[in-house]
Each structure stands twice: as C-alpha cells, then as structure tokens.
Design a protein around this ligand. Structure first.
Ligand code: CP
Length: 295
C-alpha cells in the first residue's frame, strides 16, 4: 500500500491487516520501522478529530509532524497545492495527510508523484477512509461476527463521505445488513451497499449498531434544506427512537455532534454510546495506516 485514498481500493486482507496492526498498537506493541519520516497535515477544511488524531498517531510512531497553517501559508499568495506539496517534499516530508473540499484531489496528487505517501483525510462528499476503518475497528470490539449484524446509518446521506466509505467497507467485509435511513431529500445519490429507507422505525428495527451522522449544514444547498425541527422529530436519535433497535445496540457518531439536532445528549453520553471509543481507536488505526504506508 503506497497511499490511502478510498476504501474501495482495499481488499479484505488489507483491511484485516490494518485492523490487526491497530489492535497491536492498542495493546502497546511498538512499530518496527527504523527509517526516518516526516508527516504534514494539510487541512483545507476544518477538523478537530482527524487532524489531531493523525498528529498524535505520528508522534506515537516517533514521526515528527508539521501542521501547516494554510491560512498563513503561501497558498494565500496564489500557490497551488501541487507546488506546496513539491516544496514540502523537497524539505524531506514524505507523508501527507490531506483534507480538501475537492473530490479526488488526493488521488490526482498521488498519481503525479511516487516518492511520497498520501492519505485522504476527507475529500468533499466523496470519501473518508480512515473514519470507516476506525469505525469498523470499534464495531468489531463489540460485535465480532460481522456477517450476523445489522448496521443502521442515519442522516444526511447525500452529503456524507462517511456514509460512502462505511458502505464500501461494509460491503468488502461482508456485513450482514446495512440500512441507509434518510428523508427523501437526503437519500444517497449512489448506493454502494445496503437498503435505503425513509422510515427510522423500519431502518432501526433489530439493529445491532446505530451510526448517527451529523447534519452537515455547511454543505446544504438551498434546494437541500430541510426544516431542522421536522428532521429532529422524524430522524433524531432520542430515548424514544433508540428503542427501535436491539437493547444492546451500540451508538456511534463520527463527530462533530450537533447535540439536540441529530442526537440527544442522553444518548450521545449514555451507556450504549461508544463515540469516545471511536475517537480513541482513531489514534491506533491511524498509527496502523501510517506504519503500513511507510513499511
Ligand atoms: N469525524 C471527523 O472527521 O471529525 P473532524 O471533522 O473533527 O476531523
């Protein structure tokens, strides 16, 4: 593996190896990599979890990190991303974690150089592969038999890169059932895997895993706007709606959370919630991703 661009490029064995390595790091096993590397975080969209998690992961691997402040970088003077990367690579940086509004930009940058590693930390509404991997790691810690489980994914599916990557990983790993729950206006544009339903009760029925997505207000066009009060009434994860799923269902959310919109605080902070476990696992999964790319 040279880059991590999208889940659909990984086969089942590669995903299993990443899961195994992430679990080994979680158990305290050290990396065997002895070469010198340098990682740069280039985030053209805001982030808390992904940016910090890659920085913590690299630091734990003893890889120094440059968090480039793009607002004060020379891109404000007209430099293009390709030149930014060429210049940072000339200084010896060889791992680039990139989040960008433009879909597939990481793939086009990866195609132009073979001496660096590029990790897609989110490209527009297209893909967020490290999120899908850390989500799978968290699911497996609670529900190890993927073929026998039902996952319910709720939210703004037409704008969600998390939903796209989750569908791809569920398909590759043979998840038993995946329901994609959204109002008609936000139904997925393309379904890679799973069944779409407009009904929260139908989609959540007997679910083992509930993944609640953020209402991405910043991505909504005027034509996509829903009344948030009505969205909350019909799709929010609340004490009343969570009971449609199995009593031992786990509740996940990639973050950031809009409390009181897509999820209530007593569910986000409740006994079924594994949201902070996702964040914790994110560090180990990102250590596994970096360590695999530089191996
Ligand atoms: N889940 C996720 O991508 O969160 P951030 O936007 O904070 O990185």
């Amino acid at each position: 593996m040279k880059h991590l661009l999208q889940i659909s490029e990984l086969n089942r064995t590669q995903i299993e190896q990443l899961l195994q390595k992430a679990q080994a790091f979680k158990q305290g096993i050290k990396s065997t990599n002895k070469n010198s590397h340098y990682l740069a975080n280039l985030f053209y969209e805001n982030s808390t979890r992904t940016r910090a998690s890659f920085a913590v992961a690299a630091t734990r691997l003893k890889i120094p990190v440059l968090n480039l402040d793009l607002a004060s970088s020379s891109e404000s003077k007209g430099e293009v991303i390709r030149d930014t990367i060429d210049n940072l690579a000339a200084m010896g940086i060889d791992v680039f974690v990139i989040r960008h509004l433009q879909e597939n930009i990481q793939a086009s940058l990866a195609a132009s150089r073979n001496d660096i590693h590029i990790i897609n930390a989110g490209d527009g509404t297209h893909a967020h592969p490290s999120q899908a991997l850390l989500d799978l790691m968290t699911i497996l810690e609670h529900k190890p038999d993927l073929a026998k489980i039902k996952i319910a994914l709720i939210g703004n599916l037409c704008h969600s890169r998390v939903a796209n990557s989750l569908q791809c990983i569920a398909k590759t790993m043979g998840v038993g059932e995946l329901t994609l729950i959204a109002p008609q206006l936000w139904r997925p544009q393309t379904i890679h895997f799973g069944r779409y339903t407009e009904s929260l009760a139908d989609g959540l029925a007997d679910a083992d895993v509930i993944i609640c997505l953020r209402v991405q207000r910043e991505r909504l066009l005027d034509s996509d706007r829903l009344d948030l009060t009505s969205y909350r009434q019909n799709y929010a994860l609340t004490r009343e709606s969570v009971v449609f799923a199995k009593p031992d269902a786990i509740v996940m959310h990639p973050g950031p959370i809009n409390r009181g919109i897509e999820i209530d605080s007593d569910i986000a902070d409740g006994l079924q919630s594994v949201i902070l476990q996702q964040v914790k696992n994110g560090v180990f999964m990102r250590m596994a991703i970096i360590d695999t790319l530089i191996a």
